[in-house]
Design a protein around this ligand. Sequence first.
Ligand code: SAH
Ligand code: SF4
Length: 350
Amino acid sequence: MTDLTDIKSFSLKELEEELSAKYSLPKFRARQVYKWLTLGVSTFDEMTDISKELRNNLSKSYYISVAIIEKKLISVYDKTVKYLFRFNDGEFVESVVMHYHHGDTICISTQVGCKMGCTFCATGKSGFSRNLLPSEMLSQIQAAQKDLGIRISNIVLMGMGEPLDNYDNVVKFLRIVSSEESLNIGMRHISLSTCGLVNKIYELEKENFQLTLSVSLHAPNNEIRSRTMPVNKKYPIEDLLKACRHYANVTGRRISFEYAMISGVNDSNACAEELAKKLKGILCHVNLIPVNEVEGTGYKKSKTERQKAFINILGKVGITATVRRTLGSDINASCGQLRRNTITAKNLSV
Ligand code: SAH
Ligand code: SF4
């Protein structure tokens, strides 16, 4: 596989140029191939309106990235589906499909593991293996659509990995998935979540995407944030909020701040007051998430009464905050746990 080129990471224009240069193929042939790739075929032989000779040639130069279902869990409460996918090289990632009133939403991974080491996160605890290719992000959506027989209308980049730490591949994926000739999922139906890589937020701002930027804040000051999110030591909260303010002003898009409430760590009234003061004037919304209790972290969910206090205190400065509805609570255990358990199980069996 290694000396073959990843054909699904091309945009249509790139594929047209590639196939024209390599085989002198007209554009309409490239469009035929692209249509099959968008439909999610896993072999060139499935491209039935392409000649056998060309299919053979293509398979000698290219490979088609696929996401194979290794495990699948379905929530008995709300039919949320969690997948553990395996890629061509045997690496695993997780994706989750949630059924909302406004459409089916998929949460995809952007890396195998993560380098950022947030103390509350299951993915962060397993270390980093590699970046995902644009094709592999696309494959997660295609595999879920095929398996469930649905058309996914919204994407959140909130699975395993830090999207802005895999910037080029993520931006390429966003351009492909939102293009008419690919899955045609508009940027307004896409959210990207980051732990706060400030330099990359400024870069993303320049792309002029109409997506929703979610920022995982989880603390109102450097002292608490650096303890739970090591990235804060490199990009302190003042710099992060300055970048967020700038992003919202330039793009006109509301920032969504994620705040996982951890009992006794970041959920006091003083924390809420400090948060309100720092976010005041930023075009934003705050998502309060009862922290998912990941084994080995010792963190516990905040009480409901703490969530109400935050909503009130933030509301006083005009910031809307809501508690995120937990879907798939019976199968969940935040992203990263399924892979972690599988890998641990495999390690035990050898
Ligand atoms: N790396 C990116 C996106 C993937 S994580 C980021 O950190 O934003 C997706 C979201 O899940 C982030 O908001 C992250 O902070 C949150 N998260 C991770 N572990 C969690 C846990 N145990 N409980 C609640 N939220 C968690
Ligand atoms: Fe990485 Fe996001 Fe988990 Fe932090 S919360 S370790 S950035 S995946």
